[in-house]
Design a protein around this ligand. Structure first.
Ligand code: PEP
Ligand code: MN
Length: 538
C-alpha cells in the first residue's frame, strides 16, 4: 500500500505521545509564525555530509561518538560550558581515533537538546505557602504543603523552578536563539583552531586530577605526534576523502530529540533539486503540495498559503495559465524535492514516542536528515522492521541509526533478536549503543538522586560489541550523556558512580548539577574513550 502524502505538518493528523498543551493558542501561533521566518540553523549540505559519514559508520569504516547533556539548559549557553563540552567530545574522539585508527564522526547533543519526555506528566512537590494561622503582619510564617505540579519538560517548555511549570510558547523562541548562539560559538571555536590536533592539551585538560588519565593521555600524545598513519586517518584520507577537516579543524554535528513537533515543523525547510534553490515556508495543511515557489509566484495564485509572510492576491491576472504551469512544476518537483529539518543535523525519536502510527514517526518519515530511533527492551523485533520500512523505504545508507538502550543486564536478552530481524532485511543501519538509559538507578544514600554506575555503562558497551561480533554485524558507535561542566572550584560533576576517580555513592551530592538524567563527568568521559579505544584496537 502506497504511503499517504507527507507534508511537514501531516503529523498533526496522528495521535501524539508526550504532547505539550499550551493554554494560549494565539500566542503559540504567533511564535510559530516567527519561527517559520527565522533562518535555518544548519544547511542541507551539512546534513547530507553527515548522512554520508554515517554511511561509512554503517559499513564499519568510521566510528560514531554522540554525546552531551540529557537536558541542555538555556543557562548552558555560555562560554565555559560550551568550551568544556566541546573539549570533552574532541578529546574523546581523539582517543578513540588513536586507538581504533578509524575516523570518528562526532555528533553532540547540543544547540537544541532542550525538550524532555517524562514518565509522569506531573509530580508531587513540597511548596512553601503562607501559614494563615500564624498572624497577619510581616511575622507571618510559611508552612510546607504537598502540591501536584506539571513535571519539568525542558527549558523550551517550562521552567525548572517549581513556580514556573506552565508551558510558555515564548520558550520556543528562546530555544531557537539559544541554539543559534551556541552553534555560532561552536562554529567560531572550530574556525579559530580550537580543534587543532597539534594542541590537544589546551582543551581544558588541566583540571583533570586523575593521575591515571594524565599518564594515559601523555603516552597517547607522544605516540600521536610521530604517527603519520594517524594523521592520515585524522584528515579523512583513509576513508576516501578530505572532508572531515584537516588537522586544524574537524566536523562536529548537532543533534537533539525531536520531541516538540510544532518547533521541528517550523524549522523544516524544502530544498528542491530544481534551480534556483529556494526554501519555502511549510504549510500546516496536510493537502498542500510540497512545492517551493518564489514569492512572486505565490502572489499570483488563488491558493491559500497560511504561513506565508505574503498574502495571496484575491484576483490573479492570469490564474489559469499559472495554475497549469504549477501543476507541471509539482509533477517535476515531486521526484526531486527534499525536506530538511534545519534545527539540527541529526534528530532522534525517543523510546516513548516511536509508536508506528504516531505523530513522531509520521514527521520523521518525510525528512532527509539522518535520524536515530531509540530501541529498548519494549521494542518487538518485527516492530523495528516496520519502522525501518516506514522511515527509510529507499534503504538509504547512513539514514537510520538504531540507538539501543537495553541496560547492562538486559542487552543479552534483547539485542540478538533485534540484530537477527534487521539482518534478514536489506536495511543498512548504524548500530549504536546508548549505554545510559537502561542503566539508571537511585542513589542509596539519597534515593531522590538518580545515578548510573560506570561499570554498567562499560558492561553494556562491551557486551554489545561482543554480540555484534558474534552475529557478524558491527557496533558502529556509542551514545552517551556527559558533560565537561565544572563548579567554581574547578571540580567535575558527581552524578555517575565509578570510573578512574572512583566516585562513590556518598560522593554524589558533592557536585550533582543535572536537571534531568545523570551524566558522565569529564574524567569518566575520558575513561570510556580509553576503554573504547582498547576494545576497538583488539
Ligand atoms: C534521552 O536520550 O535523554 C532519553 C530520554 O532517552 P530514551 O528516549 O531512550 O529514554
Ligand atoms: Mn536522558
Amino acid at each position: 500500500m502506497a504511503a499517504k502524502e507527507w507534508s511537514p505538518s501531516s503529523w498533526r493528523e496522528k495521535p501524539i505521545a508526550q504532547d505539550v498543551i499550551y493554554e494560549d493558542k494565539a500566542h503559540l501561533d504567533k511564535v510559530l509564525t516567527k519561527l517559520r521566518r527565522l533562518p535555518p540553523l544548519v544547511s542541507p549540505v551539512e546534513i547530507d555530509r553527515l548522512r554520508n559519514q554515517l554511511a561509512d559508520v554503517a559499513a564499519g569504516k568510521a566510528f560514531l561518538l554522540q554525546g552531551g547533556d540529557c537536558a541542555e539548559l538555556f543557562d548552558d549557553c555560555s562560554q565555559d560550558p560550551i568550551e568544556h563540552k566541546l573539549s570533552l567530545i574532541l578529546l574523546m574522539s581523539l582517543i578513540i581515533l588513536h586507538g581504533s585508527r578509524l575516523p570518528v564522526v562526532r555528533i553532540a547533543r547540543i544547540a537544541g537538546q532542550y525538550a524532555k519526555p517524562r514518565s509522569k506528566p506531573t509530580e508531587m512537590v513540597d511548596f512553601e505557602v503562607p501559614d494563615e494561622s500564624s498572624g497577619s503582619d510581616e511575622s507571618k510564617k510559611t508552612k510546607s504543603e504537598k502540591r501536584e505540579i506539571l513535571s519539568f519538560r525542558g527549558d523550551n517548555v517550562n521552567g525548572y523552578d517549581k513556580s514556573d511549570r506552565a508551558p510558555d510558547p515564548e520558550r520556543l523562541l528562546g530555544a531557537y536563539f539559544h541554539s543559534t548562539a551556541t552553534l555560532n560559538y561552536i562554529r567560531t571555536l572550530l574556525l579559530s583552531g580550537f580543534a587543532d590536533l597539534h594542541k590537544p592539551l589546551d582543551w581544558s585538560f588541566s583540571h583533570v586530577r586523575s593521575p591515571e588519565i594524565h599518564k594515559a593521555f601523555s603516552a597517547m600524545i607522544e605516540s600521536l605526534q610521530d604517527s603519520l598513519d594517524f594523521m592520515k586517518v585524522a584528515t579523512g584520507s583513509a576513508a576516501g576523502g578530505g572532508e572531515r577537516g584537516g588537522t586544524q579543524t574537524v566536523d562536529l554535528f548537532t543533534s537533539h530529540e525531536a520531541l516538540l513537533l510544532e518547533y521541528e515543523e517550523a524549522l523544516t525547510r524544502s530544498e528542491t533539486g530544481s534551480s534556483p534553490r529556494s526554501f519555502s515556508p511549510p504549510s500546516s495543511k496536510v493537502s498542500t503540495p510540497a512545492v517551493s515557489r518564489s514569492v512572486s509566484q505565490i502572489r499570483n495564485t488563488n491558493e491559500s498559503y497560511p504561513h506565508s509572510p505574503v498574502r495571496p492576491s484575491k484576483s490573479p491576472k492570469s490564474g489559469d495559465n499559472l495554475q497549469n504551469s504549477f501543476s507541471d512544476i509539482r509533477m517535476e518537483d515531486k521526484q526531486t524535492e527534499k525536506w530538511y529539518n534545519t534545527s539540527a543535523h541529526f534528530i532522534w525519536i525517543g523510546d516513548r514516542t516511536r509508536q508506528l502510527d504516531g505523530a513522531h514517526v509520521e514527521y520523521f518519515r518525510g525528512i532527509a536528515n539522518p535520524i536515530g530511533i531509540k530501541t529498548g527492551p519494549s521494542m518487538k523485533p518485527e516492530e523495528i522492521i516496520r519502522l525501518l520500512d516506514i522511515v527509510n523505504p529507499d534503504r538509504i545508507p547512513g539514514k537510520v541509526t538504531l540507538i539501543g538502550r537495553y541496560g547492562a543486564d538486559k542487552v543479552d536478552q534483547f539485542l540478538p533478536a533485534h540484530i537477527d530481524a534487521v539482518r534478514n532485511t536489506d536495511h543498512p543501519v548504524v548500530w549504536q549503543c546508548d549505554a545510559m538509559h537502561g542503566n539508571t538507578k537511585s542513589s542509596q544514600t539519597d534515593p531522590s538522586l538518580k545515578t548510573r554506575h560506570f561499570v554498567d555503562i562499560i558492561t553494556e558497551i562491551t557486551k554489545s560489541m561482543a554480540i555484534h561480533r558474534e552475529k557478524g554485524t558491527i557496533l558502529g558507535g556509542v551514545h552517551l550523556e556527559l558533560t565537561g561542566e565544572v563548579n567554581e572550584e574547578g571540580y567535575s560533576v558527581t552524578e555517575c558512580i565509578g570510573g578512574s576517580m572512583q566516585l562513590e555513592d556518598k560522593d554524589l551530592s558533592f557536585n550533582y548539577r543535572t536537571h534531568c538524567d545523570p551524566r558522565l563527568n569529564f574524567e569518566q568521559g575520558l575513561d570510556v574513550a580509553f576503554l573504547l579505544a582498547d576494545h576497538l584496537r583488539s
